[in-house]
Design a protein around this ligand. Structure first.
Ligand code: PHE
Length: 401
């Protein structure tokens, strides 16, 4: 596609979105909680604390997607350090309890039980991956422990099997029904009518996002010309990719994590697949193979090029500490931890039931956007569409719900 055509499509897409955006929020707004103050200067007296409060960070530090855990832990620690520097929460020192939950159900269950039963944790930030967050949420709900997942997008994280909302479980990100809609609309607006879908049915995130894209793409008049499943341990996708190349697909929908995208994208180029690769937030990683994924588009939670002062400030202070731009995982872990601590402060006591109730009514100005929770404990937030191009990740559009 010629650059100019692409550009005008992008502009058109943005205009359509603006015109589709719902009317402004109702006039009555809850007071917005303050972001934590800048870290105190070194010469300031160290704050004194009255007791301690433990907060767990469950994230995949090892396993298939370690950059997710590393970024999440950076964002989590950043928030904890800022709060402790200004006196902790309710006068108590925040003590992080970090466990590696590996993006996988069994280690996640073990990690959750360990921090709750052995360490006495009543508040959990985590997990990243929906397949790990869903089993943790069942434990949190049963044991009355507040859980906020920074980045798990599968709708079932906050829902019981009967569709009711889990009282103690929240998230800081949008959900896959929205993310699937955004990308199906984007693909349609690019003029693409034929899609091929690849999915790992054993992964809650991948399976859910595959379904959501299909549903919306078809509703916009698109056709799914092929669907193939693989498993999380597969490394050779050549048989599937031969089918993709022969299918006439214009879009190859790949809603998986970066480790799988790197393999599929490299093999797709070898097989001469011309369909444009598209996916969701799972592509977000410092280890995404930019050469293999070149030309691909994905949705994500925020863009570091956003010019809102809160984003500019966050990107600068994160860069100063870690020497790299914060990805969505780091940013949402920072946001989720701040939302949790602000809710504890709002509740006025170290009591998970009171904290969950406080979080329900919270309005918080987070880096990734203003957060208020709907009846299913999901924040209503915008998504961004990004493109991998010439070794860089470029902002294409922001999409409001
Ligand atoms: N949304 C993914 C999931 O639910 C996790 C993820 C979020 C990965 C953001 C990368 C970036 O499993």
């Amino acid at each position: 596609m010629k650059k100019q055509v692409l550009l005008s499509l992008v502009v058109l897409f943005a205009l359509v979105l603006v015109s589709c955006a719902p009317a402004a929020a109702p006039a009555e707004e809850a007071p917005v909680a303050e972001a934590p103050a800048e870290e105190a200067p070194a010469e300031a007296a160290a704050p004194t604390f009255d007791g301690e409060i433990k907060v767990a960070n469950l994230s995949p530090l090892s396993g298939p997607v370690p950059t997710f855990g590393e970024s999440t832990t950076n964002g989590f620690n950043f928030a904890v350090d800022e709060w402790n520097a200004k006196g902790g929460v309710l006068g108590m020192k925040i003590v992080p309890v970090v466990e590696d939950s590996q993006c996988t159900a069994d280690p996640a269950v073990n990690a959750a039980n360990k921090v709750i039963d052995q360490d006495g944790v009543k508040y959990i930030v985590g997990e990243v991956c929906s397949s790990a967050s869903i089993p943790i949420s069942q434990i949190a709900e049963e044991k009355h422990v507040v859980q906020i997942s920074p980045t798990s997008t599968n709708a079932n994280v906050t829902l019981n099997v009967d569709g009711s909302t889990k009282k103690y479980v929240f998230r800081a990100c949008f959900i896959d029904p929205f993310q699937g809609l955004v990308m199906a609309k984007f693909a349609t607006d690019q003029g693409f009518k034929k899609a091929f879908i690849m999915a790992d049915q054993g992964n809650d995130y991948v399976r859910g996002l595959a379904e959501q894209f299909e549903k919306h793409f078809v509703s916009f008049g698109g056709e799914v010309v092929g669907k193939e499943n693989y498993t999380g341990t597969d490394t050779d996708f050549s048989a599937i990719l031969t089918k993709v190349a022969d299918s006439g697909a214009e879009v190859l929908w790949l809603p998986d994590y970066y480790n799988v995208i790197n393999l599929v994208a490299a093999q797709a180029k070898e097989k001469g697949v011309t369909a444009v690769m598209m996916g969701g937030d799972g592509w977000d990683s410092a280890d995404l193979d930019l050469a293999a994924a070149d030309g691909g588009f994905y949705s994500n939670h925020y863009s570091p090029t956003d010019t809102r002062p809160i984003v500019v400030d966050w990107v600068a202070k994160y860069k100063a500490k870690f020497g790299a731009e914060p990805d969505a995982l780091a940013t949402l872990a920072y946001d989720a931890t701040n939302i949790l601590l602000a809710s504890i402060e709002k509740a006025g006591k170290d009591d998970p039931t009171a904290v969950a109730a406080a979080m329900e009514g919270l309005s918080y100005e987070a880096v990734s956007g203003k957060v208020t929770f709907d009846a299913q404990h999901n924040p209503i937030k915008s998504a961004v569409v990004l493109q991998v191009k010439d070794g860089a990740i470029n902002f294409i559009a922001s999409v409001a719900p």
